[in-house]
Write a protein that binds this ligand. Structure first.
Ligand SMILES: Nc1ncnc2c1ncn2[C@@H]1O[C@H](COP(=O)(O)OP(=O)(O)OP(=O)(O)O)[C@@H](O)[C@H]1O
Ligand SMILES: [Mg+2]
Length: 330
C-alpha cells in the first residue's frame, strides 16, 4: 500500500506519519518510510539523532544509479541519461518490492530500529547550498515518483511518505502515486483551506483523500472539522501530551500513547487496508504515462534530445502482486 501524509506546514504530517509508521511496525508489518519533505524531519521523528539523520544517504544524490537499476533491460530506454523522473516502467524494467534486497535499498535505505519493530527509511535529501538557484526541490522528489512507479506492493506491506507542505505536492505527478492520501488538518480555517485546495486538485485525478484532524482539543474542534470536511473526515487525533514529551526529547514507548490516539492509528491502518480493494492498476499505469508525456513535452524531450514518448510500453501494466512480477498483462 502506498500511503501519503499531506497538509499545511506545521499541521502534524511528520508526527502522524511517524506514528503511523511505528504503529504498522509494531504490528509486524513491513514498512518503507519515505521523507519527501523539503525540511527533512522524518528520521528524527523515528528516533534518529540529528547526526544520524544528517548522515543518511539521499535518493537525490543517487538518481543516476537508481535510474540505471530500474531501467534494467527495457529496450525502450536507451540509457539512464534518457530516463527522467516520470519515465514509466515497461517490459524489461526492474521493479522494486517492499520486502527484498536490491541495489537501490543498499545504496539509499537505512534500517531504523523502533521501540517495537523496525522500518527502512529513504530520504530525498535536504536542499543544500549547492542546489540554491540551480536545482529545484522537485528534482529530488522526482526520485520518489520514479520509485513508486516501479514499486510492486501487496496487501499488508506499506510505503508511508511524509510529503512536502501545502499544495507544493502538485508540482509533480507524485500526488497521484498513492493508494490513499491522509490530509492532516488542524481545526482551523487555514488547516481546512489546504484540504479544500487539495481536494480540488485531487478530484480530477481520482486521488483517494481522507482528512485526519490533528491537535483536536474538544467537541468544538471536532464539530468544526465535521462541518468543514464532512464525510472526508476519517478521524481526529487529539492534542497529545505524549507527542509533547517526544518533542521535549523523551523517548516514550509507543504502547504508552494515549489509547484514543492509538485507536486513531488503528483506524488509519484499516482505511489503508481497505484501499487495497479499490486499486486500479490500469489507471495507475495510465496516469504514470500521462504525467510522463506532459513532462516530456514541457521539458524532458529538450533535455534528453529525443522524443521521450517512445519510452512508453503500451502493453505494460504495473501489477500489484508478486504473481504479476513481470507486469505485462499478455
Ligand atoms: N497531536 C499533537 N499533539 C501535540 N503536539 C503536536 C501534535 N501533532 C503535532 N504536534 C506538534 O506540532 C508541531 C508540528 O508538527 P509536525 O512537525 O509533525 O508538523 P509538519 O506538518 O510535519 O510540519 P512541517 O510542515 O514543518 O513539516 C511539532 O512541534 C509537533 O510536536
Ligand atoms: Mg514535517
Amino acid at each position: 500500500m502506498k500511503i501519503a501524509f499531506v497538509g499545511k506546514g506545521g499541521s502534524g504530517k511528520t508526527t502522524l506519519s511517524s506514528l503511523f509508521i511505528r504503529h504498522l511496525a509494531a504490528a509486524g508489518r513491513p514498512v518503507i518510510a519515505v521523507d519527501a519533505d523539503i525540511n527533512q524531519h522524518l528520521g528524527p521523528a523515528l528516533g534518529l539523532t540529528d547526526d544520524q539523520a544528517a548522515s543518511l544517504p539521499s535518493l537525490g544524490a543517487h538518481l543516476p544509479q537508481i535510474k540505471d537499476y530500474l531501467r534494467g533491460e527495457n529496450p525502450l530506454i536507451g540509457s539512464a541519461d534518457q530516463m527522467i523522473k516520470t519515465t514509466p516502467p515497461g517490459r524489461g524494467s526492474r521493479l522494486l518490492r517492499i520486502v527484498e534486497e536490491n541495489p537501490v535499498y543498499a545504496a539509499c535505505a537505512r534500517p531504523v530500529a523502533l521501540d517495537e519493530g523496525s522500518v527502512r527509511l529513504l530520504v530525498t535529501g535536504a536542499f543544500t547550498e549547492a542546489d540554491l538557484g540551480v536545482a529545484c526541490y522537485h528534482s529530488k522528489v522526482g526520485a520518489v515518483e520514479l520509485l513508486l512507479n516501479h514499486l510492486v506492493d501487496g496487501r499488508d506491506e506499506y510505503v508511508v511518505t511524509d510529503m512536502t507542505a501545502g499544495s507544493d505536492s502538485f508540482a509533480s505527478g507524485l500526488f497521484t502515486r498513492f493508494d490513499l492520501t491522509f490530509l492532516v488538518a488542524e481545526p482551523t480555517r487555514k488547516g481546512i483551506s489546504v484540504y479544500r485546495q487539495y481536494k480540488e486538485y485531487a478530484r480530477d485525478f481520482g486521488v483517494a483523500l481522507r482528512v485526519i484532524g490533528n491537535k483536536v482539543q474538544g467537541p468544538d474542534d471536532l464539530a468544526f472539522l465535521r462541518r468543514e470536511a464532512g464525510d472526508d473526515l476519517l478521524a481526529a487525533f487529539g492534542h497529545s501530551e505524549w507527542v509533547r514529551r517526544l518533542e521535549q526529547g523523551a523517548e516514550p514507548p509507543l504502547r504508552t500513547l494515549e489509547p484514543a490516539n492509538r485507536a486513531v492509528l488503528e483506524l488509519l491502518r484499516h482505511e489503508a487496508d481497505a484501499a487495497h480493494d479499490r486499486r486500479d492498476p490500469q489507471r495507475y499505469t495510465r496516469q504514470a504515462v500521462q504525467f510522463h508525456l506532459r513532462n516530456a513535452e514541457s521539458w524532458g524531450n529538450a533535455k534528453a534530445g529525443i522524443d521521450l514518448a517512445t519510452q512508453v510500453d503500451e502493453e505494460f501494466v504495473l501489477g500489484s502482486d508478486r504473481a504479476a512480477t513481470a507486469g505485462a498483462h499478455a
